[in-house]
Ligand binder design. Structure first.
Ligand code: ATP
Ligand code: MG
Ligand code: MG
Length: 360
């Protein structure tokens, strides 16, 4: 029996399911969403809420291994699943990555630098945090934020009460605003037993808080790329992660021109900044994810082409096929029925000769 259970029904699950099929696995998807991108390409789907203990249990009994394409599943739910099937990555990994306070605490305890931060759960906390961290800074919900949602910028003249209201209260952190030179990420696969392989470090450019473009490889010195890779591997090892760990980092430059790395956040799953590997590497992040989760040997992460990945956002899905009028574009669409502004509908990869350092 070789069925991989995927929790979550988005595009990351879809591309994982396609890679799983290539390696001879069937996929059973658990998602609350009808006609989700993942179920469109997989044999079996259960629709249910992530906190529906009974539905999750039935799902867990029907698969050989469970993984996630989405980390915001209640950690309790995941914990119960572990009695039914191997859960990769573990609920402990999810718990760290789904909460910004735990995530930053984890980094800092490993000696990995982040922006200065403070946990905030009231207007009073926020005032104290602003007094300590200063402005500009960013107030973020501790959980559930993505694509820059759940964030409020704090400036010197921002009224803390308004900012707290704009965020919607709850549990948050205040982070110092990082004056970064560029943003990079590294994706590491790790198998049970500890074998690891990382893809090349890439540069990520955002528009309105949403990833717009990934440039592979990042145009940074080799020693800095090696440092970033070492950070990603240290983190994957420290949480005993089985699967993929994507780590987003800021590159800053001090007054002497020396580069520093600060970890922004991480995700225990395939990541948008790894989509370039589908066309630029011998093994894609999705294949690598399936290999790690199914406990198969990892593939080579060798980059055969420099690659620029462009996200296709928004509301004109019928136009995306026009991307094919350029024969160099490799198009990947997610099958989303309801395009809306800022929604990720697909991406294109453009390949360049290895070593040509595309600027995007
Ligand atoms: P994702 O879609 O990557 O999961 P997210 O909603 O979880 O995004 P972040 O990655 O924390 O949010 O922030 C989105 C972007 O906002 C970052 O990639 C970066 O460009 C900018 N940003 C976030 N935090 C900071 C910071 N402390 N200083 C400067 N810029 C920041
Ligand atoms: Mg995030
Ligand atoms: Mg991010």
């Amino acid at each position: 029996g070789s069925v991989i259970g995927i929790i979550g029904g988005g595009q990351l699950g879809r591309m994982t399911a396609l890679a799983a099929a290539e390696l001879g696995y069937r996929v059973h998807v658990f998602t609350p969403e009808q006609n989700s991108p993942t179920e469109q390409v997989s044999a079996h789907v259960t629709h249910g809420a992530y906190d529906d203990q009974d539905a999750i249990e039935t799902f867990g009994r029907s698969v050989d291994v469970v993984t996630f394409e989405f980390e915001n599943v209640p950690a309790q739910t995941v914990r119960h699943l572990a009695d039914l099937a191997p859960v990769r990555p573990s609920w402990e990994c999810l718990a760290i990555c789904q909460d910004r306070v735990r995530e930053k605490t984890f980094c800092n305890e490993l000696g990995i630098e982040t922006a200065p931060w403070k946990a905030v759960s009231s207007v009073e906390d926020l005032k104290a945090a602003i007094a300590e961290i200063g402005a500009p800074s960013i107030l973020k919900t501790t959980q559930l934020g993505y694509d820059g949602k759940g964030q409020v910028r704090i400036h010197a003249d921002t009224d803390p009460a308004n900012a707290w209201q704009d965020l919607g209260g709850g549990s948050a952190i205040l982070e110092g605003f990082v004056d970064f030179k560029l943003e990079i990420s590294v994706i590491t696969a790790r198998r049970k037993g500890g074998a690891m392989a990382s893809f090349d470090v890439v540069e990520n450019r955002h528009k309105d808080g949403i990833l717009d473009k990934t440039i592979a490889p990042a145009n940074i010195p080799a020693d800095l790329a090696a440092k970033a890779t070492a950070i990603g591997q240290k983190m994957a090892q420290a949480m005993n992660l089985v699967g993929l760990l994507a780590v987003e980092m800021f590159v800053t430059q001090d007054g002497y021109g020396k580069a520093h790395l600060l970890v922004n956040e991480m995700a225990p799953r395939p990541h948008n900044s790894g989509h370039w590997t589908q066309d630029g590497c011998k093994t894609s992040q999705f294949e690598q994810f399936v290999r790690a989760v199914a406990d198969l040997p990892l593939g080579t992460t060798e980059r055969h082409s420099d690659t620029v990945m462009l996200n296709l956002l928004g509301s004109h899905a019928e136009l995306w096929h026009q991307q094919l009028s350029d024969p160099e574009n490799k198009l990947h669409l997610y099958g989303k029925a309801e395009p809306r502004q800022g929604r990720k509908m697909g991406h294109i990869n453009r390949l360049y000769p290895k070593g040509s350092q595309p600027k995007g």
